[in-house]
Design a protein around this ligand. Sequence first.
Ligand SMILES: Cc1ncc(COP(=O)(O)O)c(C=O)c1O
Length: 355
Amino acid sequence: METTGKNFVTVEKSTTSKIDQIDFDNLSFGSVFTDHMLVCNYKNGAWEAPQVVPYGPLTLDPSAKIFHYGQSIFEGMKAYKDTEEKVWLFRPLDNHKRLNISAKRLAIPEIPEEFFMKGLKTLLKTDENWIPKQDGSSLYIRPFIFASGQGFHASPADEYKFMICLAPSGAYFSGKVKVLIEEKYSRSANGGVGYAKAGGNYAGQFYPTQLAVEKGYNQVIWTDDNTHEYIEEAGAMNIFIRINDTLITGPTSDRILDGITRKSILEIAKDQNINVEVRKITVSEVVEAAKNGSLKEMFGAGTAAVISPIATFGYKGTDYDLPELPESYASSLKKLITDIQYNRSEDKFGWRFEA
Ligand SMILES: Cc1ncc(COP(=O)(O)O)c(C=O)c1O
Protein backbone atom coordinates (compact mmCIF):
# COMPACT_ATOMS: atom_id res chain seq x y z
CA MET A 1 0.00 0.00 0.00
CA GLU A 2 1.15 3.48 -0.89
CA THR A 3 0.93 6.10 1.83
CA THR A 4 0.74 9.76 0.87
CA GLY A 5 -0.20 12.95 2.65
CA LYS A 6 1.30 14.49 5.75
CA ASN A 7 0.32 16.34 8.85
CA PHE A 8 -3.34 16.65 9.44
CA VAL A 9 -5.34 14.23 7.25
CA THR A 10 -3.33 11.23 6.15
CA VAL A 11 -4.10 9.23 3.01
CA GLU A 12 -3.48 5.52 2.60
CA LYS A 13 -4.38 4.65 -0.97
CA SER A 14 -6.01 1.41 -1.99
CA THR A 15 -3.87 -0.70 -4.33
CA THR A 16 -6.90 -1.77 -6.36
CA SER A 17 -10.04 0.01 -7.55
CA LYS A 18 -13.62 -1.26 -8.02
CA ILE A 19 -14.54 1.65 -10.27
CA ASP A 20 -14.48 -0.37 -13.52
CA GLN A 21 -17.18 -2.67 -12.14
CA ILE A 22 -19.67 0.18 -11.64
CA ASP A 23 -22.38 0.96 -14.20
CA PHE A 24 -22.58 4.73 -13.76
CA ASP A 25 -25.54 4.93 -16.16
CA ASN A 26 -27.72 2.75 -13.92
CA LEU A 27 -26.94 3.78 -10.38
CA SER A 28 -29.39 3.00 -7.62
CA PHE A 29 -29.30 4.96 -4.36
CA GLY A 30 -26.59 4.34 -1.78
CA SER A 31 -25.70 0.76 -2.64
CA VAL A 32 -22.17 0.95 -4.10
CA PHE A 33 -19.28 2.55 -2.28
CA THR A 34 -16.07 4.20 -3.41
CA ASP A 35 -12.55 2.87 -2.87
CA HIS A 36 -11.81 4.89 0.29
CA MET A 37 -13.38 6.06 3.53
CA LEU A 38 -12.49 8.54 6.24
CA VAL A 39 -11.87 7.34 9.78
CA CYS A 40 -11.22 9.57 12.77
CA ASN A 41 -10.98 8.12 16.28
CA TYR A 42 -11.92 9.75 19.55
CA LYS A 43 -9.75 8.46 22.41
CA ASN A 44 -8.54 9.80 25.77
CA GLY A 45 -10.84 12.80 25.52
CA ALA A 46 -9.75 14.04 22.06
CA TRP A 47 -10.29 13.47 18.34
CA GLU A 48 -7.20 12.07 16.63
CA ALA A 49 -6.11 13.08 13.10
CA PRO A 50 -8.54 11.90 10.40
CA GLN A 51 -7.27 9.22 8.03
CA VAL A 52 -8.38 8.34 4.52
CA VAL A 53 -8.00 4.56 4.21
CA PRO A 54 -9.15 1.86 1.75
CA TYR A 55 -12.90 1.16 2.11
CA GLY A 56 -13.54 -1.98 4.11
CA PRO A 57 -15.07 -3.67 7.15
CA LEU A 58 -14.38 -2.58 10.72
CA THR A 59 -13.47 -4.67 13.73
CA LEU A 60 -15.40 -3.78 16.87
CA ASP A 61 -15.63 -5.33 20.30
CA PRO A 62 -19.04 -7.00 20.86
CA SER A 63 -19.50 -4.79 23.93
CA ALA A 64 -19.09 -1.59 21.86
CA LYS A 65 -21.87 0.72 23.06
CA ILE A 66 -23.23 1.37 19.59
CA PHE A 67 -24.62 -2.21 19.63
CA HIS A 68 -26.34 -1.87 22.98
CA TYR A 69 -27.32 1.73 23.50
CA GLY A 70 -27.54 3.02 19.94
CA GLN A 71 -25.23 6.00 20.37
CA SER A 72 -25.03 6.81 16.67
CA ILE A 73 -25.68 9.86 14.53
CA PHE A 74 -25.22 10.66 10.86
CA GLU A 75 -25.57 13.24 8.12
CA GLY A 76 -26.50 13.11 4.44
CA MET A 77 -24.91 15.38 1.84
CA LYS A 78 -23.99 15.27 -1.84
CA ALA A 79 -21.08 16.25 -4.09
CA TYR A 80 -21.94 17.41 -7.61
CA LYS A 81 -19.71 17.56 -10.68
CA ASP A 82 -20.27 20.32 -13.21
CA THR A 83 -19.60 20.11 -16.97
CA GLU A 84 -16.04 21.31 -16.41
CA GLU A 85 -15.46 18.54 -13.85
CA LYS A 86 -15.37 20.95 -10.93
CA VAL A 87 -16.74 19.45 -7.71
CA TRP A 88 -19.29 21.28 -5.57
CA LEU A 89 -20.91 20.85 -2.18
CA PHE A 90 -24.16 22.44 -1.02
CA ARG A 91 -24.19 24.24 2.35
CA PRO A 92 -21.73 21.73 3.91
CA LEU A 93 -21.15 23.84 7.01
CA ASP A 94 -24.84 23.45 7.83
CA ASN A 95 -24.39 19.66 7.80
CA HIS A 96 -21.41 20.02 10.12
CA LYS A 97 -23.43 22.21 12.47
CA ARG A 98 -26.34 19.78 12.47
CA LEU A 99 -24.04 16.80 13.12
CA ASN A 100 -22.86 18.56 16.26
CA ILE A 101 -26.43 19.38 17.30
CA SER A 102 -27.16 15.63 17.02
CA ALA A 103 -23.90 14.83 18.84
CA LYS A 104 -24.82 17.01 21.79
CA ARG A 105 -28.25 15.39 22.16
CA LEU A 106 -26.77 11.87 22.09
CA ALA A 107 -23.92 12.76 24.52
CA ILE A 108 -21.35 12.21 21.76
CA PRO A 109 -18.28 14.51 21.60
CA GLU A 110 -18.65 17.22 18.96
CA ILE A 111 -16.39 17.06 15.91
CA PRO A 112 -14.39 20.23 15.13
CA GLU A 113 -15.28 21.95 11.83
CA GLU A 114 -11.72 21.61 10.56
CA PHE A 115 -11.70 17.83 11.05
CA PHE A 116 -15.04 17.52 9.27
CA MET A 117 -14.25 19.80 6.33
CA LYS A 118 -10.61 18.83 5.78
CA GLY A 119 -11.42 15.16 6.17
CA LEU A 120 -14.30 15.45 3.70
CA LYS A 121 -12.30 17.43 1.14
CA THR A 122 -9.37 15.01 1.29
CA LEU A 123 -11.67 12.01 0.87
CA LEU A 124 -13.46 13.66 -2.06
CA LYS A 125 -10.16 14.48 -3.75
CA THR A 126 -9.00 10.87 -3.28
CA ASP A 127 -12.19 9.41 -4.83
CA GLU A 128 -12.86 12.28 -7.26
CA ASN A 129 -13.24 9.90 -10.23
CA TRP A 130 -16.25 8.34 -8.52
CA ILE A 131 -18.37 11.50 -8.67
CA PRO A 132 -20.95 10.80 -11.39
CA LYS A 133 -21.33 13.17 -14.31
CA GLN A 134 -24.65 11.72 -15.45
CA ASP A 135 -27.65 14.01 -15.22
CA GLY A 136 -29.55 13.51 -11.95
CA SER A 137 -26.74 11.48 -10.37
CA SER A 138 -24.38 12.65 -7.64
CA LEU A 139 -22.04 11.34 -5.01
CA TYR A 140 -23.99 10.75 -1.81
CA ILE A 141 -21.87 11.53 1.26
CA ARG A 142 -22.57 9.82 4.55
CA PRO A 143 -20.71 11.28 7.57
CA PHE A 144 -21.46 9.40 10.81
CA ILE A 145 -20.28 9.05 14.41
CA PHE A 146 -20.83 6.06 16.64
CA ALA A 147 -19.78 4.75 20.05
CA SER A 148 -16.94 2.27 19.63
CA GLY A 149 -16.02 2.34 23.33
CA GLN A 150 -16.70 -0.81 25.30
CA GLY A 151 -18.80 -1.87 28.24
CA PHE A 152 -22.27 -2.95 29.30
CA HIS A 153 -22.77 -0.03 31.63
CA ALA A 154 -25.63 2.10 30.24
CA SER A 155 -23.67 5.33 29.98
CA PRO A 156 -21.93 7.26 27.19
CA ALA A 157 -18.90 5.54 25.65
CA ASP A 158 -15.36 6.82 26.11
CA GLU A 159 -14.35 6.09 22.50
CA TYR A 160 -16.03 7.03 19.20
CA LYS A 161 -15.41 6.85 15.47
CA PHE A 162 -16.25 9.65 13.08
CA MET A 163 -16.35 8.26 9.55
CA ILE A 164 -17.35 9.35 6.06
CA CYS A 165 -18.32 6.94 3.30
CA LEU A 166 -19.23 7.87 -0.27
CA ALA A 167 -21.81 6.27 -2.58
CA PRO A 168 -22.28 7.30 -6.24
CA SER A 169 -26.05 7.42 -6.50
CA GLY A 170 -29.00 7.91 -8.81
CA ALA A 171 -32.54 8.90 -7.83
CA TYR A 172 -33.88 8.05 -4.35
CA PHE A 173 -37.41 7.38 -5.58
CA SER A 174 -38.33 6.08 -9.00
CA GLY A 175 -41.88 6.43 -10.19
CA LYS A 176 -44.87 8.01 -8.47
CA VAL A 177 -44.72 8.49 -4.72
CA LYS A 178 -47.68 7.33 -2.68
CA VAL A 179 -47.71 8.18 1.01
CA LEU A 180 -49.80 7.14 4.00
CA ILE A 181 -50.66 9.66 6.72
CA GLU A 182 -49.91 7.91 10.00
CA GLU A 183 -52.66 7.64 12.62
CA LYS A 184 -51.13 5.36 15.23
CA TYR A 185 -47.32 5.28 15.38
CA SER A 186 -44.97 8.23 16.03
CA ARG A 187 -41.38 8.87 14.98
CA SER A 188 -40.65 11.39 17.72
CA ALA A 189 -42.06 13.12 20.77
CA ASN A 190 -41.67 16.40 22.62
CA GLY A 191 -38.39 16.44 24.50
CA GLY A 192 -37.11 13.50 22.45
CA VAL A 193 -34.50 13.14 19.72
CA GLY A 194 -36.63 13.83 16.61
CA TYR A 195 -34.59 16.90 15.67
CA ALA A 196 -31.35 14.88 15.72
CA LYS A 197 -30.20 12.57 12.94
CA ALA A 198 -29.91 9.68 15.36
CA GLY A 199 -29.81 6.17 13.92
CA GLY A 200 -32.54 5.01 16.30
CA ASN A 201 -35.02 7.54 14.87
CA TYR A 202 -34.88 5.63 11.61
CA ALA A 203 -34.98 2.13 13.14
CA GLY A 204 -38.19 3.15 14.90
CA GLN A 205 -39.77 4.07 11.57
CA PHE A 206 -39.07 0.80 9.79
CA TYR A 207 -41.94 -1.26 11.23
CA PRO A 208 -44.73 1.29 10.62
CA THR A 209 -43.24 1.96 7.17
CA GLN A 210 -43.25 -1.79 6.43
CA LEU A 211 -46.95 -1.87 7.30
CA ALA A 212 -47.55 1.05 4.91
CA VAL A 213 -45.51 -0.64 2.16
CA GLU A 214 -47.62 -3.80 2.57
CA LYS A 215 -50.66 -1.61 1.85
CA GLY A 216 -49.03 -0.27 -1.34
CA TYR A 217 -47.51 3.01 -0.09
CA ASN A 218 -43.87 4.10 -0.42
CA GLN A 219 -43.59 6.22 2.72
CA VAL A 220 -45.31 7.26 5.91
CA ILE A 221 -46.12 10.91 6.59
CA TRP A 222 -45.62 11.34 10.32
CA THR A 223 -48.10 13.27 12.38
CA ASP A 224 -47.61 14.72 15.88
CA ASP A 225 -47.35 12.09 18.61
CA ASN A 226 -49.98 13.71 20.81
CA THR A 227 -53.04 14.09 18.57
CA HIS A 228 -51.96 12.73 15.15
CA GLU A 229 -53.77 15.77 13.75
CA TYR A 230 -50.78 17.73 12.47
CA ILE A 231 -48.61 16.86 9.47
CA GLU A 232 -44.95 16.68 10.51
CA GLU A 233 -42.49 15.09 8.06
CA ALA A 234 -41.71 11.95 6.06
CA GLY A 235 -39.05 9.26 6.57
CA ALA A 236 -36.13 11.29 5.23
CA MET A 237 -37.89 14.38 3.90
CA ASN A 238 -39.66 17.49 5.12
CA ILE A 239 -43.12 18.04 3.65
CA PHE A 240 -44.49 20.94 1.61
CA ILE A 241 -48.14 21.41 0.75
CA ARG A 242 -49.54 23.78 -1.84
CA ILE A 243 -53.11 24.95 -1.24
CA ASN A 244 -54.24 27.18 -4.11
CA ASP A 245 -51.06 29.21 -4.71
CA THR A 246 -49.71 29.19 -1.16
CA LEU A 247 -46.81 26.91 -0.27
CA ILE A 248 -47.01 25.69 3.33
CA THR A 249 -44.60 23.72 5.49
CA GLY A 250 -44.73 22.96 9.19
CA PRO A 251 -42.44 24.75 11.66
CA THR A 252 -39.40 22.84 12.90
CA SER A 253 -39.48 21.74 16.53
CA ASP A 254 -37.73 19.23 18.74
CA ARG A 255 -39.72 16.54 16.91
CA ILE A 256 -38.72 17.52 13.36
CA LEU A 257 -35.39 17.54 11.54
CA ASP A 258 -34.37 21.04 10.44
CA GLY A 259 -33.81 20.10 6.79
CA ILE A 260 -31.27 22.00 4.72
CA THR A 261 -33.34 21.43 1.57
CA ARG A 262 -36.43 22.69 3.42
CA LYS A 263 -34.84 25.96 4.47
CA SER A 264 -33.29 26.44 1.00
CA ILE A 265 -36.67 25.91 -0.67
CA LEU A 266 -38.28 28.42 1.66
CA GLU A 267 -35.71 31.04 0.60
CA ILE A 268 -35.90 30.23 -3.10
CA ALA A 269 -39.71 30.25 -3.04
CA LYS A 270 -39.79 33.66 -1.34
CA ASP A 271 -37.29 34.91 -3.90
CA GLN A 272 -39.67 33.71 -6.63
CA ASN A 273 -42.50 35.69 -5.01
CA ILE A 274 -44.34 32.52 -4.09
CA ASN A 275 -46.59 33.05 -1.11
CA VAL A 276 -44.99 30.94 1.65
CA GLU A 277 -46.39 30.03 5.05
CA VAL A 278 -44.51 28.26 7.84
CA ARG A 279 -47.25 27.09 10.16
CA LYS A 280 -48.87 24.00 11.59
CA ILE A 281 -50.93 22.10 9.03
CA THR A 282 -53.76 19.84 10.10
CA VAL A 283 -54.53 16.60 8.32
CA SER A 284 -58.19 17.62 8.15
CA GLU A 285 -57.21 20.83 6.33
CA VAL A 286 -55.31 18.82 3.74
CA VAL A 287 -58.14 16.29 3.32
CA GLU A 288 -60.66 19.13 2.98
CA ALA A 289 -58.44 20.85 0.38
CA ALA A 290 -58.12 17.57 -1.54
CA LYS A 291 -61.92 17.25 -1.53
CA ASN A 292 -62.64 20.82 -2.65
CA GLY A 293 -59.90 20.92 -5.28
CA SER A 294 -57.70 23.58 -3.64
CA LEU A 295 -54.94 21.05 -2.84
CA LYS A 296 -52.60 21.50 -5.79
CA GLU A 297 -49.35 19.83 -4.70
CA MET A 298 -47.63 17.91 -1.96
CA PHE A 299 -43.94 17.18 -2.10
CA GLY A 300 -41.14 15.91 0.07
CA ALA A 301 -37.81 17.74 0.29
CA GLY A 302 -34.48 16.33 1.37
CA THR A 303 -30.89 15.89 0.24
CA ALA A 304 -31.37 12.31 -0.93
CA ALA A 305 -34.68 12.75 -2.76
CA VAL A 306 -34.20 16.48 -3.62
CA ILE A 307 -37.86 17.36 -4.31
CA SER A 308 -40.19 14.40 -4.64
CA PRO A 309 -43.73 15.12 -5.80
CA ILE A 310 -46.38 13.06 -4.04
CA ALA A 311 -48.95 11.59 -6.43
CA THR A 312 -51.35 10.13 -3.83
CA PHE A 313 -51.87 10.26 -0.09
CA GLY A 314 -53.88 7.80 1.95
CA TYR A 315 -55.76 8.63 5.14
CA LYS A 316 -58.25 6.57 7.14
CA GLY A 317 -58.72 4.05 4.33
CA THR A 318 -59.24 6.57 1.51
CA ASP A 319 -56.70 7.49 -1.18
CA TYR A 320 -56.59 11.06 -2.46
CA ASP A 321 -54.90 11.74 -5.80
CA LEU A 322 -53.06 14.98 -6.42
CA PRO A 323 -53.57 16.70 -9.78
CA GLU A 324 -50.78 16.49 -12.38
CA LEU A 325 -49.88 20.11 -13.04
CA PRO A 326 -48.05 21.17 -16.21
CA GLU A 327 -46.17 23.86 -14.24
CA SER A 328 -45.76 22.78 -10.66
CA TYR A 329 -43.92 24.50 -7.84
CA ALA A 330 -42.15 21.16 -7.27
CA SER A 331 -40.61 21.10 -10.75
CA SER A 332 -39.69 24.80 -10.89
CA LEU A 333 -38.19 24.77 -7.37
CA LYS A 334 -36.33 21.53 -8.11
CA LYS A 335 -34.79 23.08 -11.21
CA LEU A 336 -33.76 26.22 -9.32
CA ILE A 337 -32.13 24.30 -6.46
CA THR A 338 -30.37 21.70 -8.64
CA ASP A 339 -29.11 24.44 -10.99
CA ILE A 340 -27.36 25.98 -7.99
CA GLN A 341 -26.08 22.59 -6.79
CA TYR A 342 -24.64 21.56 -10.17
CA ASN A 343 -23.19 25.04 -10.89
CA ARG A 344 -25.58 25.65 -13.78
CA SER A 345 -26.78 29.00 -12.46
CA GLU A 346 -25.66 31.95 -10.43
CA ASP A 347 -25.80 31.29 -6.69
CA LYS A 348 -26.99 34.53 -5.18
CA PHE A 349 -27.59 32.88 -1.81
CA GLY A 350 -23.95 31.84 -1.36
CA TRP A 351 -24.77 28.15 -0.82
CA ARG A 352 -22.46 26.51 -3.35
CA PHE A 353 -19.08 25.52 -1.99
CA GLU A 354 -16.13 24.38 -4.10
CA ALA A 355 -14.86 21.07 -2.75
C1 LIG B 1 -36.19 12.80 9.09
C2 LIG B 1 -35.66 13.68 8.02
N1 LIG B 1 -36.35 14.78 7.69
C3 LIG B 1 -35.92 15.63 6.74
C4 LIG B 1 -34.74 15.40 6.04
C5 LIG B 1 -34.27 16.36 5.02
O1 LIG B 1 -33.12 17.07 5.47
P1 LIG B 1 -32.05 17.62 4.46
O2 LIG B 1 -32.77 18.51 3.52
O3 LIG B 1 -31.09 18.37 5.31
O4 LIG B 1 -31.44 16.46 3.78
C6 LIG B 1 -34.00 14.24 6.34
C7 LIG B 1 -32.75 13.94 5.62
O5 LIG B 1 -31.69 14.31 6.06
C8 LIG B 1 -34.46 13.37 7.36
O6 LIG B 1 -33.78 12.25 7.66
